[in-house]
Structure formats: structure tokens, C-alpha cells
Design a binder for this molecule. Structure first.
Ligand code: NAD
Length: 469
């Protein structure tokens, strides 16, 4: 049983009627209002987190894991109200790999994080006994984006707590309610002061990440903001983990069956209506399969309804905000102007409510077109024809980002050989973007540094204290 049985009860617990309104990006209707935080709130929250951390660090690893499991139960008990709120604020549909899926991932990740092997170990032989203890860093400052607001917040909170840190979270100004609600639910079972939220824009985010009493910054968002955060971290030498943007390539080999892979290929690109860091953002297809792949993708797209998130049949939603709509629109227009072929979509209804951009497939496109080389972060996939696999690999590697990539083939070994030549944090085979709490995830180049998830991820929230002898 949850304290919050309905979406209305949950919203009432976090809303502030005199605050800033949040609108549903599918309908333009007001979802709720929240109190916008300030730099003074950041200072207060960090001081409180520091105080709470001293006591929290005294708990055993088992006790901390137990708190994570309780938090997972609380999220699970309030899953439907959380999903209803997420759908209204973020825009993503309840069904498909969207709002209910995201809330399910939150409880799943909390539980999984309690199950990882602790990183402590002993290096021992006849000459030495060195015990490596991973100690808490202290207070974590976490800043997040608007695309998967609840799940990414859990990716920050869960490992921070497991390793004995307290955390102050600054959600995106586009999705504050989702994070306020999630933390409200989690805090119903946690001691006070371990997890706090301060809302606000980039200025509030900057106050948190530049704060001298923050020991670790976890940032998920754009590369441009990531660079600013690194600059401001220099004064305090604050440790930073950066999960930034990507422009993931998918490469099909010439032995795939287009019909058989079309569903996974489609969702690899269009999960969360394309607003996913590690979504497939450009697809390279051999000439021999080009037309049949496009046709198979178009069939899946036609059977994947887009609309208001709370209508149960929909699996694709609007862009979360108008600025993102404009980015996608501009890139598709540039592709059209260059002579690329719009197979479907590309014609948004500017007068309709919401930020809906139709599912768009663009073929016969120049490999250097902006829709290919810039991150679109929306439902518009460029499909590039190739005749030489080496050329396709070169294209995949030539950009200054490297979050994910994928290789698709009927022959897994052949796919693995191609995968080994790709430059990315993760290369999937016959799927794209599936993350797992046990498997490290992170980017290279301008997609960031540091990893999250699993025991590797836990090490990023602790420092090794070696007792040698
Ligand atoms: P963004 O960088 O505009 O904003 C992210 C957060 O940073 C927001 O909370 C914002 O208020 C805050 N912020 C802005 N300026 C700041 C500053 N100077 N100091 C501190 N904080 C500041 O990114 P976005 O538009 O919200 O997110 C989309 C981007 O995030 C895409 O590029 C996407 O690929 C990336 N992303 C990456 C991952 C990953 O795991 N690698 C996951 C999701 C999204």
C-alpha cells in the first residue's frame, strides 16, 4: 500500500499553487505548479545533506541496501500514480517503452543496485595484505535532463546512497514534477536529508555543481552544459561523471532479414519518440537491402500510434518541449532542402495542440547532411545507403561523439568483428540502446566520461582507501 493511491493525491503532495505552472506537451493543459528553487535553497540543501551524511555513513552496507529495497517497494506501490504524472509532464505515453516502463525501471534499478557485489577487496600474497575500502565521497550534486527524468534520477540516487553518500538533485526545469514526485515517494521510507531536490534552471544547476561543499557531480544532459560544469568543477577539483549527448550509428550487414529485425530496429531509433541519449540516430544500410529495410521500417511506424500519452493505445508521444520540436523541424527541413527523400512524416501540423512531430524516415540523404551529423533527439531517422562496409564503419566513427552504436547481422561472430572496430561506450548486436543495471554504461569523446551501473558504477561514488599492511 502506498500513501499515494492516485495521481491526484501524488500531485497534491508536491504541487505549489502559487508557483510555476507546468504544461502537458501533448495538450498544452496545465499539469500542476511547483515552487522554483534558488541559489539559497541549494546552499541550504547542501548543508543539510552534509549533516545527514555523517550519520548515514555509519550505517553498514547491508543497512543501506535495505533502504534501497524499501525505496524500490515504495516506488512499486505508487507505480501507477507516478506513471500518470510522468506521462502528463514529460508527454511520453503510458504504454510501450514509455511511462509505465520507466517507473518499472526505477524500482528495478533500486533493487539491482542493492544486489551488486560491493567493490571492496583485498590484494594479498606472501608479501602484502592491502585492503581496498571504498569509502563514501560525501555529498553528491546531481543534475538531470527531461527525457527520462525519473529513471535517470534513480541512476544517480541509487549508487550514491549504496556507497554512503547523501545527494542533492537538480531536475530539468522542463520536468520538475516527475522528480519531485519520485523523491517524495522514495523519501517516505528514507531517513531525512539523504535525498533532496532543488528545482530551477541552469543558474540553480550551476550553483549546485560549483558548490565548494559538493564532493561529486553526476551530470546527464547536453555536451555544451557538460563542458561548463567541468570548467566550474576546477576550482574545487570536484569529481565529475558526465553522461552527455550522442549520435549513435546503426550498421546493418548484408545478411539481415529486414522483416525480422524491423521492430527492434524501429524501437532502437524511436524509443521515447527519439528523445533518448543512446537511441539510434543514423542508420547505415547496404544497397542490396535498402528499399526492403525502408519499407519494413515504414510498416512498423505506421502501426505505432502517436498521440496524447494518457490514451492507452499510443506508443509514441510529442516532443517534450517546443525548443526540441524546433530542432527536429529545422534538421528535417534542411534535409528536404538538400534533396533528401522524406519517405514518411516531415510535415508537422503547426496549428494542432502539443509539440507533435510525426514519425519521419528520411532516405537518399547525403552522409554529411546536418540531420545525419547533428543530434536530432526526436522522431526523425536518416537512412544512409552504403556499398562498402569499411566506408560505413568510417562514417560511424568520424563524429566527435561516442555513446552507443549497433551492428545487425544474422551471423553474430561477423557482427562482433565489426563491433570491435566501432568507437563507442557500448556497441549492441542486433538491438540498440538496451541498458542493464549490471552492465557499465558511459560514453567516450564528447559523450562524456565515467561510467554508471554495476560495481563499476559504484566505484564512481566512492574513493578507494587502501590499508596496506
Ligand atoms: P541540458 O544540458 O540543456 O540540461 C540538462 C540539465 O542541466 C538541466 O537540468 C539544466 O537545468 C542543467 N543546466 C543547464 N545549464 C547548467 C549549468 N551551467 N550548470 C549546471 N547545470 C546546468 O540537456 P537537456 O536538453 O535537458 O538533455 C538533452 C541532452 O542530454 C541530449 O544531448 C541527450 O543526448 C543527453 N542525455 C544523455 C544521457 C546519457 O546517459 N548519456 C541521457 C539522457 C540525455
Amino acid at each position: 500500500m502506498s500513501e499515494y493511491n492516485t495521481y491526484e493525491e501524488l500531485l497534491a503532495a508536491i504541487t505549489d499553487d502559487s508557483g510555476q505552472e507546468v504544461k502537458n506537451p501533448a495538450t498544452d493543459e496545465v499539469v500542476g505548479s511547483y515552487r522554483v528553487g534558488s541559489v539559497a535553497d541549494v546552499n541550504e540543501a547542501v548543508a543539510k545533506a552534509r549533516q545527514a551524511q555523517a550519520e548515514f555513513a555509519k550505517l553498514s552496507d547491508e543497512e543501506r541496501c535495505d533502504l534501497l529495497l524499501k525505496a524500490a517497494d515504495a516506488v512499486e506501490a505508487a507505480a501507477e500514480p507516478l506513471a500518470q504524472l510522468l506521462s502528463r509532464e514529460q508527454g511520453k505515453p503510458l504504454n510501450g517503452p514509455n511511462a509505465r516502463f520507466e517507473v518499472g525501471a526505477c524500482s528495478g534499478w533500486l533493487r539491482a543496485t542493492a544486489s551488486f557485489e560491493h567493490p571492496n577487496y583485498t590484494a594479498v600474497d606472501d608479501d602484502i595484505t592491502a585492503k581496498v575500502h571504498y569509502r563514501p565521497l560525501g555529498v553528491v550534486g546531481a543534475v538531470g535532463p527531461w527525457n527520462w527524468p525519473m529513471m535517470i534520477t534513480v541512476w544517480q540516487i541509487a549508487p550514491a546512497l549504496r556507497m554512503g553518500n547523501t545527494i542533492v538533485v537538480k531536475p530539468s526545469e522542463y520536468t520538475p514534477l516527475s522528480v519531485l514526485a519520485l523523491v517524495k515517494v522514495i523519501n517516505s521510507v528514507l531517513p531525512e536529508g539523504l535525498v533532496q531536490v532543488v528545482t530551477g534552471d541552469g543558474e540553480v544547476g550551476a550553483a549546485l555543481t560549483a558548490h565548494e561543499d559538493i564532493d561529486k557531480i553526476m551530470f546527464t544532459g547536453s555536451t555544451a552544459t557538460g563542458k561548463k560544469i567541468v570548467e566550474s568543477s576546477a576550482d574545487n577539483l570536484t569529481r565529475v561523471t558526465l553522461e552527455l549527448g550522442g549520435n549513435d550509428a546503426g550498421i546493418l550487414l548484408d545478411d539481415v532479414d529486414p522483416q525480422a529485425i524491423a521492430g527492434d530496429l524501429f524501437w532502437g531509433a524511436f524509443i521515447n519518440t527519439g528523445q533518448t541519449c543512446a537511441a539510434m540516430k543514423r542508420l547505415y544500410v547496404p544497397e542490396s537491402l535498402y528499399d526492403s529495410v525502408i519499407q519494413a521500417l515504414a510498416e512498423v511506424a505506421e502501426n505505432s500510434p502517436m498521440g496524447v500519452g494518457t490514451e492507452e493505445q499510443n506508443v509514441l508521444g510529442p516532443l517534450q518541449n517546443h525548443a526540441q520540436f524546433e530542432i527536429v523541424d529545422k534538421l528535417v527541413k534542411a534535409a528536404k532542402d538538400s534533396g533528401a527523400r522524406v519517405v514518411m512524416g516531415g510535415d508537422p501540423d503547426y496549428d494542432a495542440p502539443g509539440n507533435f512531430y510525426p514519425t519521419t524516415l528520411v532516405a537518399d540523404i547525403d552522409p554529411d547532411n546536418p540531420l545525419v551529423v547533428e543530434e536530432q533527439f526526436g522522431p526523425a531517422l536518416p537512412i544512409i545507403k552504403y556499398t562498402d562496409l569499411d566506408w560505413a564503419i568510417e562514417q560511424a566513427n568520424k563524429l566527435d561523439v561516442g555513446l552507443g552504436s549497433s551492428v545487425w547481422s544474422a551471423d553474430r561472430e561477423r557482427a562482433r568483428e565489426v563491433a570491435a572496430r566501432l568507437e563507442a561506450g557500448t556497441t549492441w548486436i542486433n538491438s540498440h540502446g538496451a541498458v542493464d543495471p549490471r552492465v557499465p554504461f558511459g560514453g567516450i569523446k564528447s559523450s562524456g566520461y565515467g561510467v554508471e551501473f554495476g560495481t563499476e558504477g559504484l566505484k564512481g561514488l566512492a574513493y578507494p582507501h587502501i590499508i596496506n599492511g
